[in-house]
Design a protein around this ligand. Structure first.
Ligand code: ATP
Length: 286
């Protein structure tokens, strides 16, 4: 095999709780992760020579060692003594730096791609061990689907998928860095925590109303006061038929959950009136 095309899916968080801040500065989390049908595409090819080269259709993204895809390819080349050159062509649709783990997902896809291209026969566990060296969310992106992520995000437990629904994803034109959100979280001042265990029960019972009533993300206590557009967007989605709405990850992407595709599409249309929304899609859970 000389080339491979990979889909790299984004995720949303149905619940995001921070349990404690570790002495090393990392945060222990409990997150319910759900893959959604919004994806980037990677085309990976073997080339003559030894170099790793990368292209991306978004000119502002790095295509050198700063890109997680590049890092994954280099790491695997070294670990498995691969001498061949490799080019990666990345087409982005997942909003960047937006709480949808786009970079981690691309990294996971590159690890899977290297495994296939060079017939490494790595197990999922082995690929996760490589992934966690590059980012706490990468092992989840290798798994995909619905999972509880604990530890710093790398301890994974499979849970049943969200029942059939439509998800409207809306990314406002502001940037929130993950580091900013976690650094400014006042953990000891939180008045409430998401009911992650209750959400898991609702997923086991396939109770969409229960799930929608428990959507909660502690990082909203940081991002909403700074960027009121996040609250406004959530309210807009709820006023336009969403069963529930939440900010994903460290934001600023907001999603709404809909029972009917028609309602979700109407809500998508209604976002045209909000100038601050830069990207919006209706997708299904994957
Ligand atoms: P998370 O939800 O894991 O916090 P995110 O969705 O907030 O992730 P990303 O889209 O992964 O954020 O991008 C964060 C930063 O990572 C970007 O500013 C970008 O410079 C860098 N980056 C490195 N590789 C990639 C990649 N392949 N795609 C997107 N961003 C990348």
């Amino acid at each position: 095999m000389d080339s491979i095309v990979l889909k790299s899916f984004g995720k949303i968080n149905l619940g995001l709780d921070v349990v404690r801040r570790r002495p090393d500065g990392y945060h222990e989390v409990r997150m319910i992760m759900q893959t959604v049908g919004l994806c980037d595409t990677l085309v990976m090819k073997k080339t003559a020579g030894k170099a790793v080269t990368m292209r991306c259709d978004l000119s502002f993204l790095p295509t050198d060692r700063k890109n997680l895809v590049y890092q994954a390819v280099e790491l695997m080349k070294e670990k498995y003594h691969i001498s061949s050159g490799i080019t990666v062509d990345l087409k982005k649709r997942i909003p960047v730096a937006a709480g949808m783990a786009g970079g981690s997902s691309n990294c996971a896809a590159a690890i899977k791609g290297m495994n296939e291209l060079f017939g490494l026969n790595l197990s999922k566990e082995e690929m996760c061990e490589i992934g966690v060296l590059l980012g706490a969310d990468v092992p989840y992106c290798i798994w995909g689907g619905t999972a509880l992520a604990e530890g710093i995000g790398e301890k994974l437990t499979r849970i049943p998928p969200i029942p059939d629904c439509w998800i409207l994803i809306a990314k406002p034109g502001i940037s929130v860095s993950t580091a900013f959100a976690y650094k400014n979280l006042k953990l000891d001042q939180l008045e409430r925590h998401p009911d992650i265990d209750g959400m898991i029960r609702d997923l086991e019972e396939q109770n969409l109303d229960g799930i929608c009533s428990k959507l909660e993300n502690v990082l909203e206590t940081v991002t909403i006061p700074k960027h009121p557009i996040i609250r406004e967007l959530k309210e807009h989605l709820l006023e336009h038929g969403a069963e529930g709405a939440l900010m994903s990850g460290s934001g600023p992407t907001v999603f709404g959950i809909y029972k009917e595709k028609r309602t979700a599409r109407k809500a998508l249309e209604s976002l045209r009136s909000i100038q601050d929304v830069k990207q919006a899609y209706v997708v299904e859970p994957v």
